[in-house]
Design a protein around this ligand. Structure first.
Ligand code: GDP
Length: 245
């Protein structure tokens, strides 16, 4: 199932003010080189013309339109070891501000290389996102690089690790190369975009969940995300529970 079929690049945004009016969107995050672009492409059935991978573009938030004011959002990859702080700061701010304050965001797909899952930066991202109460689905991609047995072992390990870190998170094996796990991913992500998930149809609001413990919305100008775990806060428990296959 190529659920992103027909998706078309709309624009790259450097601040949340530039984001389009949206009735619902799903964001993809992941370490650089985790396989995020390949996963989005595989889910789009190879039809998606992605933006060029120049360093400038990869630090922006890239919007792909699915129609009916719904979007797939490709977030900047994180974990470039050699990026200087001066360059990294505004990009982390953009990413953090987006994750914590973007009301139409329905859920977050996190792409991890099955051989290196749940890195420190992945953990920080998940802890940062957790207070929103919105669902997370993890794609353990490049599963073709491991034997079936080793891949399933990793899946179980990651499932139990994330069950503690961000309860309710679903995890699956995926391979863009072998096209495995596409249907499972599509089922979870499509459910997030279903119209009945919307509380304010037709507007730019979508499903808005206020992050518990946040004093107010983080403006893009504030230090939104330094990839430090928030100090407090179990989730509100309102997370819809997708399948944990
Ligand atoms: P991104 O930086 O996270 O967008 O990562 P890419 O999608 O560009 O992938 C990084 C590298 O991993 C590329 O060389 C891809 O060809 C490779 N790759 C991505 N997905 C898979 C996969 O499912 N299987 C295998 N074997 N390689 C993959």
């Amino acid at each position: 199932m190529a659920f992103l079929r027909g998706a078309a690049f709309l624009k790259s945004v450097a601040s949340l003010e530039q984001a389009p009016a949206s009735a619902g969107e799903i964001a993809f995050a992941g370490r650089s080189n985790s396989g995020k672009s390949s996963a989005i492409k595989a889910l789009s059935g190879r039809k998606l013309a992605m933006v060029s991978r120049t360093p400038g573009r990869t630090r922006l938030i890239n919007y792909y339109a699915l129609g009916a004011e719904r979007f797939i959002v490709d977030l900047p990859g994180y974990g470039y070891a050699r990026v200087p702080t001066a360059v990294r700061a505004p990009w982390e701010e953009l990413l953090g501000g987006y994750l914590r304050t973007r009301a139409p965001l329905r859920g977050l797909a996190v792409v991890m290389d099955v051989r290196h899952p749940v890195t420190e930066l992945d953990r920080r991202l998940l802890l940062w996102f957790r207070p929103t109460g919105k669902p997370v689905h993890v794609l353990l991609t490049k599963a073709d690089k491991l034997s079936r047995e080793a891949a399933v072992q990793t899946l179980r390990r990651v499932q139990s690790e994330l069950a503690e870190l961000v309860p309710g998170t679903s995890v699956q094996l995926f391979s863009s190369l072998k096209k495995t796990g596409l249907d499972e991913a599509a089922a979870v992500l499509l459910a997030w975009l279903a119209p009945d998930q919307m509380k304010t149809p037709g507007g730019t609001g979508g499903l808005e969940i206020k992050a518990p413990g946040l004093k107010g919305e983080i403006s893009p100008g504030q230090n939104a995300l330094r990839f430090k775990a928030p100090r407090s806060g179990r989730r509100s428990g309102r997370r819809p529970k997708p399948s944990t296959a």
